[in-house]
Design a binder for this molecule. Structure first.
Ligand SMILES: [Fe+2]
Ligand SMILES: [Fe+2]
Length: 231
């Protein structure tokens, strides 16, 4: 029985907002200024050596691809093998690119030479721009091709199982990190659906944290409209 549930688009909206937020700040960054550089790169980078900073922007982009590899693409391989293989190859390419960006970031943070930091900063901007362009195109392809195929071939139960598996594997701190980007990125209909779904399925402590996150990140009138059914 086909489904109308779309597991990916709301998450993609969060990821796009991260990309749209980081891009302008990175290209305007003064790499001579060590403190400003450190602040932005720590927010951005994934440290593959220590896996520290699981809420950084590249960490969340990485974990989304990892969740698809673990719970979504093994299923879609059955009915869309070619598309699924290209999406897996993209994910692999993203990991390689993220390692390279992490290496350059580490070099920038370790360097005392301002000119070297500026040169590496130019390179980092180019690599990040290429990565973001590929990631944006990849999400469009998933929305254009993968989601309709999932809707046609999977049931409500199948999609809910994938969603629960992803929720179970995601630590609460990471969920809230996603929520900070996602809640203000959703349209009013999606926001109501998300809040109602979270109210039904999240543990109470996590739901309370989510409400706090919404209060601090979503425009007040919009948040009040999205949560009025809960009061
Ligand atoms: Fe993906
Ligand atoms: Fe995706």
């Amino acid at each position: 029985m086909p489904t109308e549930i779309d597991l990916l688009t709301t998450l993609h909206k969060a990821l796009r907002s991260m990309i749209y937020s980081l891009g302008p700040r990175l290209q305007a960054l003064d790499f001579r200024d060590r403190e400003a550089t450190r602040e932005l790169l720590v927010e951005m980078k994934r440290d593959f050596g220590t896996a520290i900073g699981s809420n950084c922007i590249l960490c969340l982009l990485h974990s989304h691809a990892g969740n698809e590899d673990a719970f979504v693409l093994p299923e879609t391989m059955r009915f869309e093998p070619e598309l699924t293989r290209t999406l897996m190859a993209d994910h692999h390419d993203f990991t390689t690119r993220m390692r390279s960006m992490a290496t350059i970031s580490t070099q920038i943070l370790a360097s005392d030479e301002r000119d070297l930091r500026v040169d590496l900063g130019l390179r980092l901007n180019r690599e990040v721009n290429e990565f973001f362009a590929r990631y944006l195109a990849h999400m469009n392809r998933e929305e254009e091709k993968l989601i309709p195929a999932m809707k046609a071939h999977l049931s409500d139960d199948d999609i809910m199982r994938m969603g629960s598996a992803i929720e179970e594997r995601t630590p609460p701190a990471e969920m809230l990190a996603y929520a900070r980007w996602m809640l203000p990125s959703l349209n009013p209909t999606e926001l109501v659906e998300f809040v109602e779904g979270a109210h039904a399925s999240f543990p109470p402590v996590l739901f309370r944290e989510l409400m706090r996150t919404g209060t601090s990140t979503v425009e007040p009138a919009r948040w009040a409209a999205a949560t009025k059914g809960l009061r």
